[in-house]
Design a protein around this ligand. Structure first.
Ligand SMILES: C[S@@+](CC[C@H](N)C(=O)[O-])C[C@H]1O[C@@H](n2cnc3c(N)ncnc32)[C@H](O)[C@@H]1O
Length: 251
């Protein structure tokens, strides 16, 4: 049912039953900007969680070289501009409750709008597929953050930029929904590109293909296990130092 006044969630595990009253009505993971999804779009809440786990400072440059429909870029722009998810959502279940205080809600919303920030760092997305970039543009406009995001069509191998440093968070194809001819070779090429084009960046990669991840050929700094729906995935961090790692510690 669309826009229910009450939604009851019932969880039963062995002898325990919990009954939860959801005051929002429609699910909160639906941010309202995904007008259309891509082939394998990330769940918006998972994308936001990945950004939190990366401990991104919300101020340095953010790049997703395989951005698909732009979920990570949009969540990054919302966070760094201090725009709470669903700020422009028109309906919550509690708005139908007798106790709903329209004026208080408008005041709280006004306060949140006044706390929005301007940003100067770059948020850049790139994808091989022009269709995906079109979707990303569409979704970024719906989320009101299109002005903060640059989008490019192209192979990650040819990604050109003039940034000194930043963070990369991306989820490459894992050979589940998007087939790659030689997935291990594809990840190896991505690892080589990271070393050459993105030296000085902090890179985070989400993938369900552990074997392919090994082909990246870079030393992991952190390893986190996450679930993309029912699919077990790994979220790995690689520090891409300029010059050799030895040179960094010899300083
Ligand atoms: C799993 S999807 C990313 C989904 C995205 N995070 C989202 O929320 O929509 C992987 C993306 O990698 C892109 N891709 C595959 N090979 C590429 C390449 N060589 N260069 C750039 N992008 C590539 C695909 O077009 C696809 O959009």
């Amino acid at each position: 049912m669309d826009n229910p006044t009450f939604r009851l969630n019932v969880h039963i595990e062995k002898d325990n039953c919990s009954i939860l009253l959801d005051s929002s009505g429609d699910s909160l993971h639906r941010r309202g900007y995904r007008i259309k999804g891509g082939i394998a779009p990330l769940n918006e809440v998972l994308a936001a969680g990945m950004i939190y786990l990366s401990e991104w400072d919300l101020e340095s440059n953010f790049v997703d070289p395989m951005c698909g429909s732009g979920t990570l870029l949009i969540e990054a722009a919302l966070m760094s501009r201090n725009i709470p998810p669903n700020l422009n959502r028109e309906h919550f279940g509690f708005m139908n409750w007798k106790t709903f205080d329209k004026n208080l809600f408008a005041k709280v919303k006004g306060e949140l709008i006044s706390k929005q920030k301007k940003i100067t760092h770059k948020i850049i997305g790139n994808d091989l597929s022009p269709n995906s970039i079109e979707l990303a543009e569409h979704n970024a406009k719906a989320a009101n953050v299109f002005e903060n995001i640059e989008l490019k069509v192209g192979d990650f191998k040819n990604f050109a930029h003039n940034l000194e440093s930043g963070i990369i968070i991306t989820n490459p194809p894992y050979d589940e929904r998007i087939k790659q001819e030689n997935i291990n070779e594809f990840y190896k090429e991505f690892g080589d590109t990271l070393k050459i084009i993105f030296a000085g960046f902090d890179a985070w990669i989400l993938s369900a293909n552990l074997q392919a991840l090994k082909s990246i050929g870079l030393r992991t700094s952190k390893r986190i296990q996450l679930f993309n729906g029912a699919l077990e995935t790994k979220f790995y961090n690689y520090k891409l130092y300029k010059g050799s790692l030895k040179a960094k510690y010899d300083k």
